[in-house]
Design a protein around this ligand. Structure first.
Ligand SMILES: [Cu+2]
Length: 117
């Protein structure tokens, strides 16, 4: 089922607003640590039009980072860092969350993404 979700997001991402992928693009890398029950940092700021690599690191169990509006949906298990690139093309504050149930505090795993002009 995961791949279907990824495919759906890829299709949605292709409709215009945003582009994500695994291309070897140079640019800023932001490391995001996931652990029960938070993301560290809990807030990041991106520039509109800037391609940034988000490096996901899990410190305990499997988590995922879902930022629906930026087309991000990536699972990360302990010891298997994941990189996902994102190029936001709209300004605003977007809410990321953990998409993989990881325990009682799962619902409080939030990541706020600010996209500036
Ligand atoms: Cu979780």
């Amino acid at each position: 089922m995961q791949w279907m979700m990824a495919l759906t997001l890829a299709v949605l991402g292709g409709t215009g607003l945003l582009h994500t992928g695994n291309a070897q693009e140079t640019g800023r890398t932001i490391e995001i640590h996931a652990r029960r029950f938070s993301f560290e940092p809990a807030e990041i700021t991106l520039q509109k039009g800037e391609t940034v690599t988000l490096k996901l690191v899990s410190e305990d169990v499997a988590h995922s980072l879902v930022i629906k509006e930026l087309g991000v949906n990536r699972e990360v298990s302990k010891g298997h860092d994941q990189e996902v690139t994102v190029t936001p093309d709209k300004v605003g504050d977007f809410q990321g969350k953990c998409g993989r149930f990881c325990g009682s505090g799962h619902g409080s795993m939030k990541l706020t993404v600010h996209v500036k002009e």
